[in-house]
Ligand binder design. Structure first.
Ligand code: NI
Length: 171
């Protein structure tokens, strides 16, 4: 296992549409292991493969609330099957947009279909933080970021801030 570098806004790879995982190979398992390690190290509760520069439809997540308790979950080729009309607001953040948090409104409940690392298909109803997190991570697979839901003013401001930081870091 290894910690991989997380790509940061305005890296254009974050806008790629990730490709489905065709087969669960040893490379995919190794990638998932590295993603868990990277996510726990960050620390974060969710990570999409594109955030470690791999454009594949693979997500890792751990929403366990208790200190020291782990519930690592991998989602392969996840899809939103249905979404509630009811909306909820959560303050979101993203490991690719460090130290930036804003409220985002999304469907409060979704039904999600995905494959696990053993190739088993699951369909689950998600609400609360799980619903928000899975929608945020699936967005990553489609090149969408949570800042895309903000007003143009806020989005421009955060883009400018991260573009400037990248320019300074490159010097
Ligand atoms: Ni994110």
């Amino acid at each position: 296992m290894a910690i991989r570098d997380i790509i940061i806004l305005p890296d254009t790879q974050l806008r790629l549409v990730s490709k489905p995982v065709e087969k669960i190979t040893s490379e995919i398992r190794a990638l998932a292991d590295d993603m868990f390690e990277t996510m726990y190290d960050a620390p974060g509760i969710g990570l999409a493969a594109i955030q470690v520069a791999q454009p594949l439809r693979l997500i890792t997540m751990d929403l366990s609330k208790k200190e020291g308790e782990k519930n690592p979950r991998a989602f392969i080729n996840p899809e939103i099957v249905s979404a509630s009309e009811e909306l909820s607001v959560y303050e979101e953040g993203c490991l690719s947009i460090p130290e930036y948090y804003e409220e985002v409104e999304r469907p409060a409940k979704v039904r999600v279909r995905f494959m696990d690392l053993d190739g088993k298909i699951h369909e689950e109803d998600a609400d609360g933080l799980y619903a928000t997190c899975i929608q945020h991570e699936i967005d990553h697979l489609n090149g969408v970021l949570f800042v895309d839901y903000l007003s143009k003013l806020k989005r421009d401001r955060v883009m400018k801030k991260f573009t400037k930081a990248a320019r300074l870091a490159a010097k």
